[in-house]
Ligand binder design. Structure first.
Ligand code: 5GP
Ligand code: MN
Length: 349
């Protein structure tokens, strides 16, 4: 059963149906997967669900399409994760044999690269649990709304509502707390509500050690990453004043100079938004195969719409990403051209 996108207007909650499948032990083999270059919400929701599912499904495998930052390796269950890149044959076999594939923190199969077509072709039931805008409708069952902080909060709600909060182990609680923490920008973005804080209060009571988690996530970087931040802010940030935009561009040479690894550039885009008067912050990075972009906005400028329209991307209203196969220089030039059409909108109060 594929559902047209218009059905999703206020969200789509089939949590009770999914819970029923679990109670009836209908599924013997499960795969959990999440988006390309998983962040803390993507991996945290995957492992948070993993620990819970083990009580209901005999075989559960987490497969990520690519590697992810070292700052997430502490998460309980990390050692059991398989990375698709480099393990294609073994992963394909597991997906082909699965009865159910849980797709977490994404809603379009292109977000999991080559694994997307493998999942599409699999006989398994597809369950999508996500909070991004405009789902494409590949799944059979969904828990979906944009009115939630994170996929981790959705997993918390799913388990606590249908199985009671005692069903959340300390391992799950730690993973779920991490995703809520980072997707809310440490509880400051507009997606943070009273329900988010109630969820977090529960997760702390269930054993999430918040100072330990903060340290693992935020005080665990290599020296080079800090030097990269300093260099970027001093040398690679341009203010497009008439468009109230801060633009950061990083070339391959810059990445090589600081031996940039997965995760090192995460969060860089946010610095631009901390400048008074800036409404839009953009990061353009020359990855070897693709040019990758991050967009963050304040107020009523939808970066989801902007990224979808111009850079094959999407995400949330105030935080989105995009990409291009053009040259780095061409993407930067095209961004500077396109943004001029939004000058009035960005200057409205
Ligand atoms: P980031 O800028 O941190 O990579 O991503 C910001 C948000 O946009 C995240 O929620 C991420 O999942 C989403 N996102 C990033 N890149 C893309 C993309 O290329 N396509 C889509 N649809 N979403 C993206
Ligand atoms: Mn998320």
């Amino acid at each position: 059963m594929n559902c047209p996108a218009m059905w999703y207007f206020r969200g789509f909650m089939q949590d009770e149906l999914i819970a029923e499948y679990l109670r009836k032990s209908s599924w013997k083999k499960a795969v959990i997967t999440t988006h390309h270059k998983p962040d803390s919400d993507a991996l945290g929701s995957s492992l948070g669900l993993y620990h819970f599912l083990l009580a209901h499904i005999p075989e559960v495998q987490v497969i990520t399409p690519t590697d992810y930052p070292e700052s997430l390796f502490w998460m309980p269950g990390n050692d059991e994760v398989m990375i698709y890149e480099g393990n294609e044959t073994a992963c394909n076999d597991i997906v082909h044999e699965a009865d159910v594939v849980f797709c977490l923190d994404f809603n379009a199969l292109s977000r999991i690269n080559e694994l997307g077509e493998v999942v599409r072709a699999a006989r398994a039931m597809k369950v999508m649990i996500d909070h991004h805008q405009e789902p494409e409708g590949f799944e059979d069952l969904a828990i979906w709304t944009t009115e939630v902080s994170s996929t981790c909060e959705l997993i918390y709600r799913f388990i606590s509502k249908n199985f009671g909060r005692e069903a959340i182990s300390i391992e799950s609680a730690s993973c779920l707390y991490s995703g809520i923490l980072t997707d809310t920008g440490n509880f400051r973005h507009r997606n943070t509500g009273p329900e988010t804080h109630r969820a977090v209060a529960d997760l702390i009571e269930l054993g999430a050690n918040i100072s330990h988690i903060h340290e693992e996530l935020y005080d665990n970087y290599r020296e080079n990453r800090l030097r990269l931040i300093g260099f970027t802010l001093a040398e690679r940030m341009e203010i497009l004043e008439d468009c109230r935009t801060a633009l950061i561009t990083l070339s391959q040479e810059d990445l090589n100079r600081f031996e940039v690894q997965t995760g090192d550039t995460e969060g860089l885009v946010n610095y631009g938004l901390s400048i008074r008067g800036i409404r839009l912050a953009v990061l353009i990075i020359d990855r070897s195969k693709l040019v990758k972009m991050s967009f963050r906005s304040k107020g009523s400028f939808s970066v989801n719409d902007f990224a979808r329209k111009h850079f094959q991307g999407g995400g949330h209203f105030n935080a989105a990403g995009g990409q291009s196969s053009e040259s780095f220089e061409a993407v930067v030039a095209r961004f500077k051209e396109v943004i001029r059409y939004y000058r009035d909108e960005l200057n409205e109060l």
